[in-house]
Ligand binder design. Structure first.
Ligand SMILES: Cc1cc2nc3c(=O)[nH]c(=O)nc-3n(C[C@H](O)[C@H](O)[C@H](O)COP(=O)(O)O)c2cc1C
Length: 180
């Protein structure tokens, strides 16, 4: 069965390590016959949630005018969501957190999704990624029927593109290809 795969790439670096892993995931998913799309968040205008309450106090809509409605629509339509982030001070990048907060108006509609997490970091320890992953799980734990399917550890990569040639690239490709 062909699935809709949405990859959310939050590195501020074009060709950044987590972004390269996203491309591998997309490649694998395409080869497995899925429809896979990557959104590079840096190319989108996504404002911070202001906590105004409009979305949960009746209106059910966010009053902000930016690219978030389109991203939300795609998240709701997806079968599989890949969340990719560089590790910044042992947590996710602000771009990813900003996106998560802006799901507030419609997160209850993001139901029954399969999730993959991609992290990139200079640190070589997988264990050291746990705080970042826990942050992402803070989001998925608020969703109905979310299932964590896999993690791609882009560890030991500091400079842009340094992930090339590391086993994480193959793992990302294979994870995309293994989507069923
Ligand atoms: C502001 C900042 C904070 C960082 N904090 C960490 C960190 O806490 N742990 C770590 O291992 N690497 C840290 N790094 C290194 C990045 O995680 C690393 O360069 C990673 O490959 C970036 O991913 P990207 O290329 O996808 O943007 C930091 C980099 C920056 C710019």
């Amino acid at each position: 069965m062909s699935k809709k795969v949405l990859v959310l790439s939050s590195s501020p670096r074009k060709g950044g390590n987590s972004d390269l892993l996203c491309d591998q995931f997309v490649l694998g998913a395409h080869e497995a016959g899925h429809h896979a799309e990557k959104i590079f968040l840096r190319d989108r205008k996504i404002n911070y949630c202001t906590g105004c309450g409009t979305c949960y106090e009746g209106a059910k809509r966010c009053p902000q005018k930016d690219d978030m409605p389109e991203v939300l629509e795609k998240m709701i339509a997806a079968d599989v969501i890949v969340m990719a982030t560089p590790v910044y001070f042992y947590t996710m990048a602000a771009q990813m957190k900003t996106l998560i907060d802006r799901t507030c108006s419609r997160y209850t509609e993001i139901k029954n999704k399969e999730f993959y997490f991609i992290v990139a970091a200079a640190d070589t320890s997988k264990q050291a990624m746990e705080r970042t992953l826990e942050g992402l799980r803070g989001f998925t734990s608020c969703l109905s029927g979310a299932e964590e399917k896999g993690i791609i550890y882009g560890t030991g990569a500091w400079k842009v593109g340094e992930i090339k040639g590391k086993p994480a690239m193959k793992k990302a490709y294979e994870s995309g290809k293994a989507v069923r």
